[in-house]
Design a binder for this molecule. Structure first.
Ligand SMILES: NC(=O)C1=CN([C@@H]2O[C@H](COP(=O)(O)OP(=O)(O)OC[C@H]3O[C@@H](n4cnc5c(N)ncnc54)[C@H](OP(=O)(O)O)[C@@H]3O)[C@@H](O)[C@H]2O)C=CC1
Ligand SMILES: CC(C)(CO)C(=O)C(=O)O
Length: 306
């Protein structure tokens, strides 16, 4: 059966989505960065460890190196690469592979990707998504689902309703909690608040998400970074300070064993998404004529790691 869903990026979130969708009987292809990863997935299958320690039965799934991906007429492309991968070269190839008949779903954390994608892919159906699922790639063919969350899809009137319903249905069938949101701009900022606290601190301290709540000193750091970030984002529509803090704490608990995506990058010596997360808070503060010293400091510290 010809795949109707392509997952671009065989990393933590990409392998989780691909594994769940394929297990639910939907025909998927994973577009990987390297030829060797595609070969291993084709040869060994894909294992999704749902947290009990033993990967599920290995799923047979199609995988192709991104450089060999064909134009994906009428398919759904789930974009699961980091913000840092959205280079000019990558975006121009994306514009060839994703024709106007296809739908692109963007799952990036942080801010910046929407403008880049809309500029590079005019006339395409682009659905913005925000997810609080936690995932950790164990190796090229295995992923661990480290935290249950949800996936919010932007119902902003720009995406055609049929494509939106199709994406909602296929993700629900794969067992995800999916919500449509008419206020995705605010959801993006709420998620930005969560990532602006958890990601840099876990990357600097080299601890899993749950570790942030384990000592009063870490909690104090998290609260100071949260308060500053909230006070900036409240000028851009994010409200309910204490409920937002509770949400950050809930995400730490729900993804207790996860290494945040920023910690994963820091450990592997890869560029992180810090500029699209805390760097963005510094820019939003500057637009208000304000400073954001905590965010400036964690941005500098995370950049200094690599
Ligand atoms: N992990 C998590 O729990 C969560 C992540 N997110 C967000 O989801 C997005 C993806 O994160 P995550 O899955 O953790 O990141 P990963 O780094 O684990 O995965 C990204 C994947 O994209 C691949 N890739 C990079 N560049 C290219 C390219 N040019 N062509 C094809 N593939 C490419 C990478 O390959 P290689 O490894 O070979 O470089 C990697 O396999 C990020 O924006 C992140 O913030 C959101 C919620 C939770
Ligand atoms: C939800 C969370 C914090 C899960 O680790 C995440 O978004 C990330 O790691 O980037």
């Amino acid at each position: 059966m010809k795949p109707t869903i392509a997952v671009l990026g065989g990393g933590s979130i990409g392998l989780l989505l691909a594994g769940r969708l394929q297990a639910a009987g939907q025909s998927c292809v994973v577009w990987t960065k390297t030829r060797s990863q595609a070969e291993r997935i084709r040869r060994e299958g894909l294992g999704v460890d749902e947290g009990e320690g033993t990967p599920s039965q290995r799923l047979s799934i199609e995988a192709v190196p991104w450089e060999d991906a064909d134009t994906f007429e009428e398919g759904v492309v789930l974009l699961a690469v980091k913000q840092t991968s959205l280079t000019a070269e990558f975006l121009s190839r994306l514009a060839v592979v994703v024709p106007p008949s296809a739908t692109l779903v963007a799952l990036q954390n942080g801010v910046g990707h929407e403008a880049l994608l809309r500029r590079a892919l005019p006339g395409r159906t682009i659905i913005l998504a925000v997810t609080t699922e936690g995932a950790l790639r164990i190796d090229d063919t295995t992923v661990r689902h480290t935290g249950r969350g949800d996936i919010r899809l932007g119902d902003d009137g720009k995406a055609n309703p049929e494509s939106l319903r199709n994406v909602e249905g296929m993700l629900k069938a794969a067992g995800f909690s999916v919500f449509l949101s008419k206020e995705l701009g605010i959801e993006v900022k709420r998620k930005l608040l969560i990532n602006a606290v958890i990601n840099p601190l876990t990357a600097i301290l080299r601890i899993p998400n749950g570790g942030l709540t384990e000592t009063p000193e870490r909690m104090e750091l998290a609260r100071a970074l949260f308060d500053e970030t909230f006070s900036i984002l409240s000028e851009y529509g994010v409200d309910e300070q204490e409920a937002s803090w509770d949400t950050v704490m809930r995400v730490c608990a729900a993804t207790r064993d996860n290494r945040s995506s920023m910690l994963q990058d820091a450990v592997m010596g890869k560029p992180t998404e810090i500029d699209s997360i805390n760097g963005e808070i510094v820019r939003l503060a500057a637009r208000l004529g304000r400073d954001a010293p905590w965010n400036r400091a964690v941005t500098a510290l995370v950049k200094a790691i690599h």
